[in-house]
Design a protein around this ligand. Structure first.
Ligand code: ADP
Ligand code: MG
Length: 261
């Protein structure tokens, strides 16, 4: 595949995503406000298939809003979002979330409490024959080490196990893009360390492009191929973990990553 190797900043924010440019995701010039409050200010980013991008920044800087726009849970006000070169959202177009081929994992595991684990995972596979859904769901549960718990209800599981199921559910339909919003922040430190390694492995194994929000710079350093540092609705700097750590462009970036060890 012809894959341009450009940092975010090398893409002019006025550039529109074109079919065949090789990007899985190209968000271009996104602005967003809630009432009078400007929340995103000219955010552009692009992502190649198989890449993991971590979005980091202080609370309230717009990370979740950006993720919700990518997911289709918010309407784009200005700018555009393209998947595989096809514009799926701009001020006039809005492809529905379920038609985007996007998988989502949030911090509150959000499993269906009345469904068994296998039915939770099979839920995302609507439209396929029942036997195929079940087989795929069991395969995904096995991949996160929970095959023997297939018939259990979510409440019988620990938080970490529930988050594994949420991950299996999101990955089961082989999404084009995975969106993860602080997926480990409700878990204790040891489990967080375990799960981030497991999750990285699962995402890489599937070759899915992923955007993961975290407020933890250490987690971003571990998970990301590239990191985008946000502040007050803008991407201040984007690059490899090593670049952000060694060549912070602002004192803010230096301070943000300075505590990583
Ligand atoms: P982050 O995820 O980085 O903590 P958010 O994207 O959740 O930040 O929020 C960015 C800003 O937008 C915050 O000031 C937040 O209060 C505001 N905000 C988020 N969602 C809404 C909403 N639905 N209505 C009004 N304001 C919102
Ligand atoms: Mg958030």
């Amino acid at each position: 595949m012809n894959m341009p190797d450009l940092p975010f900043s090398a893409r002019p924010s006025s550039a529109t995503a074109r079919a065949g440019d090789g990007y899985r995701l190209a968000a271009d010039g996104l602005w967003h406000s809630f009432g009078d409050a400007g929340v995103l200010r000219d955010v552009s980013l692009s992502l190649a298939p198989g890449e993991i991008l971590c979005l980091v920044g202080p609370s309230g800087c717009g990370k979740s809003t950006l993720l919700r726009l990518l997911a289709g849970l918010e309407q784009v006000q200005r700018g555009s979002i393209a998947l595989d070169g096809e514009v799926i959202a701009d001020a006039r177009r809005h492809v529905l979330p379920e038609k985007r081929g996007v998988g989502m994992v949030f911090q509150d595991f959000a499993l269906f409490p009345h469904l068994s684990l296998v039915d939770n995972v099979a839920f995302g596979l609507a439209g396929r024959p029942a036997a195929q859904r079940r087989a795929r769901a069991l395969e995904m549960l096995a991949r996160v080490g929970l095959a023997e718990r297939a018939q259990d209800a979510p409440h019988a599981l620990s938080g970490g196990q529930q988050q594994r199921v949420a991950l299996a559910r999101a990955l089961a339909p082989q999404p084009r893009l995975m969106l993860l919003d602080e997926p480990f922040s409700n878990l204790d430190v040891r489990l967080r360390h375990h799960l981030r390694a497991e999750t990285r492995h699962l995402l890489k194994e599937g070759g899915v492009a992923s955007v993961m929000v975290t407020h933890d710079p250490d987690e971003a350093m571990f998970m990301a191929d590239r990191i985008a540092l946000m502040r007050a609705g803008r991407i201040l700097q984007a690059g490899s973990p090593a670049e952000l750590y060694r060549q912070p462009a602002t004192p803010f970036a230096a301070e943000f990553f300075g505590e990583v060890n």
